[in-house]
Write a protein that binds this ligand. Structure first.
Ligand code: SF4
Length: 207
């Protein structure tokens, strides 16, 4: 729940350099309009000294209500991939490029809408703040929006997925599709094919 009276278009300064101070400041962010309809800011979660940071696009319906990232169907599929690779999810910090849920109301259903470039730009200070504080060795981008925010707007997900790229910080980054892309496949053969590709991209984390 927001605690501070923050003017629209701004965000409060964190009260200190820690990740928890950053998280607390983000609760009251109004740098773009997405806070107006979402339930709450959904900040990243995981160890403050995680070796691996995973970046998705934005919280979904379930995450918005729960206040935690990666708890909906796409997050569960991601957990399954980590499980298959033998990577302990508790050691991984998970977050999103944009911290509020953007949606279109259709009857009782809230349909996901992608954040526009201005919203992504406004929100980038939180992701940059998380990466600067955690200093991970590895950043995993799930989906084109996460990849563009970490790797730049020229990054082409479908051509460059699964390839290691060095970031200015010295960390290595890799991108793959968002798990919701796997879930959206129309038939079981396509879903299986995309699932295998997703796990194969993530298996680079075992190198
Ligand atoms: S989406 Fe990001 S920039 Fe926009 S209000 Fe939420 S936290 Fe702030």
């Amino acid at each position: 729940m927001p605690k501070r009276n923050v003017p629209e278009g701004t965000a409060p300064e964190p009260k200190g350099r820690s990740l928890s101070a950053l998280r607390e400041a983000a609760e009251d962010c109004k740098r773009c309009d997405l806070w107006k309809h979402a339930t709450q800011t959904v900040f990243g979660e995981g160890p403050a000294r995680a070796r691996i940071v995973v970046v998705g696009e934005q919280p979904g319906d379930k995450e918005d209500l729960a206040g935690h990232p990666f708890v909906g169907p796409a997050g569960q599929l991601f957990d399954k991939a980590l499980d298959e690779l033998g990577i302990d999810r508790r050691q991984v910090y998970v977050t999103n490029a944009v911290k509020h849920f953007k949606f279109e109301q259709r009857g009782k259903v809230r349909l996901h809408k992608s954040p526009n470039p201005g919203e992504q730009r406004a929100c980038r200070l939180w992701l940059e703040g998380e990466l600067a504080r955690i200093k991970p060795e590895v950043v995993v981008c799930l989906g084109a929006i996460a990849a563009r925010n970490v790797l730049g707007t020229k990054f082409k997900l479908m051509q460059q997925r699964g390839q290691w790229i060095e970031l200015p910080s010295g960390a290595r980054a890799i991108a793959t599709v968002h798990p919701s892309f796997v879930l959206r496949q129309r038939d079981s053969a396509s879903r299986e094919r995309e699932w295998r590709g997703f796990v194969a991209d993530l298996s680079a984390l075992l190198d």
